[in-house]
Design a protein. Sequence first.
Length: 232
Amino acid sequence: MVTATATPPHKRVTARAALVHLEDNVSSILQDCLRQFKIEATLLSQNASGRMQHEKFDACIITLNDEAAPVLESIRSSRSNARMILFGVCKTAGDAVRFSRFGINVLLESPIERQTALRAVRATHLLILNEFRRYVRIPVVANAELFNGSDHIVGSTVEISGGGMSFRFRGKLKIGDEVQIVLELPGRAATKIRGIVSWLHPKESIAGVRFDASDDRRMIVKSWIEQYLEIN
């Protein structure tokens, strides 16, 4: 007797990343980096906003200029692309602040070097490939303020988890500082949480802040992460 063998359903083996408003040399670097992680790059030169409403992408790398806002608005209002990973290309981190409401995940400061781009893709490829549950830290650029006694330190998040965050800042911090954090997560009102500075990278002006385990307000961050990852 011949046993019929079921044909396995088609499975997409690569994710798709849209490249929008990028210079040719930047697009070339990013396409090569994405290819190493089986991520297909698609150049969108015209009608990027319209295509975001009708095509499924897993990530978007876009230059943060005056033309970016309509595309980002289209992405975040799209049913299929609202939760995609967003890379913003800009000259400085400060240039990205006006786009924070869109939940930019990763900043790439220009001029972009290949190794920098490769590190960024390597750090986020599990999210792009939708393997969310293996990745507990969420890269996102959100406004944040730290109050350390009388010192007021402003900056933006780099990554965030239920237990703490990394934070790009302007000012002075030292390991062990107890701080009050005011965090503006996309789509949420400002949240205040107690924390302590756990590590510093002074050359990059990045600090790690651990949330106070006794502060129940950290559950607001956990809830936001679960919603972001669509974990029920």
